[in-house]
Design a protein around this ligand. Sequence first.
Ligand SMILES: [Zn+2]
Length: 382
Amino acid sequence: MIEINHSKIKETNRKKIIALLLEKSEITKLDISRKLDISITTVSTNITELKNEGIVEDVRSLESTGGRKAIAIKLNESCKYSIGVALTSNHLKISLVNLKKNIIENIRIRHKKDGIENIIGLLIKNIDILMQKYNISSEKLLGIGISLPGTVDFKEGIIKYSYFLGVKEFNLKEKFEYLNIPIYVDNEANLSAYYEFLNRKDKLENLLYVSITDGLGLGIIINGRIYRGDNNSSGELGHIKIAMDGKQCKCGAKGCLEAYTSMNSLIDSYNEDTNSNITDIGEFEEKYNQNDKVAQKILNEYLKVLSLGISNLIMILDPNSIVIGGDINNLLNDKIDILKKNIYKDNLFTDENSCNISIASFKESYLLGAAMMPIEEFLEIK
Ligand SMILES: [Zn+2]
């Protein structure tokens, strides 16, 4: 029993020291000891261990006020890396991040939509290029987080179903077994929620993230953890029905919220109404910003339906924080007041003061969420 407690304390001290080093550019052992209220002996033991592992290094001698010179230490931020990957219906996005969570390189490739095996081939090739370019061995790579639109079995790393990628019951994790590192496969809304939560975790315990990309998803954080449901299928907000025999959804059913509120729904509605052929949300954005009347009408309708969906969500979960984000941020940035007005119009139970709704500041939170997963796990378990 005592032994367990000892190792627990040791683990906590180590975690605390690494967390402090992540904050500071450099610090002395004495300052670590003072700031964390841990004995200098314990700090020294931990620092020696961390040095042996290559995680911290000496910086230089600081001028000391008489007596011995104090050696400052710092985190060796290039001792460990993490890779975040996002598979979307058109793109492969890769982010290389160091232990300090700084982005070292972003890669964005338009894939040929020629099947999951080919997309994985492209991914493996690019991971290999990155690892060689920055001289990263498997030992230095903490893991790879992979975001995708669809349901996943997080524990097993299996894609249960993703109609955007044309995949059912596909073991993605085993494709990376050759690297012998942790692989995290997760839904993009979950990872976006996770990333936004990490940025607010001092203030919040719960957070909902409405993810608007090719589809519409929901990431749910409860008590600081991603809520996945009993069958890994939580947060399918896009497929709640809002109309009997309504618009056709990509899932096969009719009247799903996603059919009205995904990024694609804006593009499709515009093409139908104007007989044009835009393919990208950027083009829709351009039309809207040029005061195109059709684009404006479509976005206004869109905001109404999106508000309806979010209003229903609030009725069920009564959250105090909702972040809306995804590939559509630029269009929504100055629409938050309209959304709030619509959402709270007929709500007897909640109002603006009890639930804060905001637009995510970063578009591709899912990609960074994917990259953060191996780092957070590393900081947690050690
Ligand atoms: Zn559907």
